[in-house]
Design a protein around this ligand. Structure first.
Ligand code: UDP
Length: 314
């Protein structure tokens, strides 16, 4: 099949392109490279089924560059995703999930392609329902430091809904919970990359607030297996959480990293960012039911692989 991956050079996109190529598909990766590095393409750049176009999906002229190809599926994974990066690029984040989503939906409409949109657990904001099922509408501050991301993704979801109901485009939505693993950028500021790189460098580990807030961490290989099933299974018009329901406090995560590295490190507490969600855990009942998916790699295994990746990288 011909598959387009917008954001194909990023952490999730590059891992997913590799999976698609391994399954024999032809893959086009689009990326503007503002938060990703072509070093992520090392393993796949010479594959004859792989093409990379440095374009910005906010500008619709990229569609003209793809006039010779008819796509079977389009994955929209293009967006800054870590809090430091979407706060550094707030306008780009708003635009890629609104205008960018519309442009890519137009391409899906042109080709009759399946359209898979990478939404996020951030649409649940600081959730008052726990764990979070897809039916929960969320608790989001629309006017704060996280709103450029949270509201952009909510708008993107609304755009997908509209293209489904107005133009019958075959949209499928994934709400991604915290994911980690190889090809994460060491400097993206997320908690796993921060803790692992701090520990490897022998620096202090930075815990924001008292460290009692929780997250549920999914290893990237599990997540992209779910991405693939989103295209294969009959889930038109569905929104599906993909994440690992194992829930940990940030203190527990810091402890795990130290145990795996056999190091005892100093911890410094820094101020908790505004609107930082206090808890997060996916209800994955729907993914299990509709995709036959659940994660297989636990945090210890996944962290060990991530530590190995970062040890070679930094
Ligand atoms: N966090 C932390 N230390 C860090 C980076 C993040 O304690 O060096 C906390 C952050 O406040 C949040 C959690 O870890 O509660 C997850 O943050 P991340 O940026 O990875 O993702 P988020 O789920 O907030 O989008």
């Amino acid at each position: 099949m011909n598959i387009l991956v917008a954001g194909g050079v990023g952490f999730l996109g590059s891992n997913f392109c590799k999976l698609l190529l391994g399954k024999g598909h032809k893959v086009w990766a689009l990326d503007n490279l503002i938060t990703s590095s072509v070093s992520n393409l090392e393993a796949i750049k010479n594959d004859s089924n792989f093409s990379f176009l440095q374009v910005d999906v906010i500008k619709p002229d990229f569609i003209g560059q793809l006039s010779q190809v008819k796509f079977d599926a389009i994955y929209h994974l293009a967006s800054p995703a870590s809090p430091p990066w979407y706060q550094k690029y707030p306008i780009e984040t708003l635009e890629v999930n609104s205008i960018g989503t519309k442009n890519l939906l137009e391409l899906a409409r042109r080709d009759g392609a399946k359209f898979i949109y990478a939404s996020t657990s951030e649409v649940y904001g600081d959730p008052s329902v726990h764990p979070q099922p897809e039916t929960y509408w969320g608790n989001v501050n629309s006017f704060g430091p996280r709103s450029c991301y949270d509201e952009a993704k909510r708008y993107g979801e609304a755009m997908c809904y509209t293209y489904l109901t107005k133009y019958n485009v075959d949209v499928r939505l994934v709400r991604i919970f915290n994911t980690y693993g190889p090809n994460m950028d060491p400097d993206d500021g997320r908690v796993v990359s921060n803790f692992v790189t701090q520990a490897l460098r022998g620096n202090k580990m930075t815990i924001y607030g008292d460290g009692s807030q929780t997250r549920s961490f999914c290893y990237v290989d599990d997540l992209i297996r779910g991405f693939y099933l989103m295209m294969e299974k009959p889930v038109t018009g569905e929104i599906i959480n993909l994440g690992n329901p194992g829930e940990f406090t940030m203190l527990e995560l810091a402890q795990k990293v130290q145990t795996l590295l056999g190091k005892q490190l100093e911890i410094v507490h820094e101020p908790l960012p505004q609107d930082d969600p206090k808890q997060r855990r996916p209800d994955i009942g729907k993914a299990e039911r509709l995709l036959g998916w659940k994660p297989e790699i636990d945090l210890d295994q996944g962290l060990a692989a991530t530590i190995e990746y970062f040890s070679n990288k930094i």
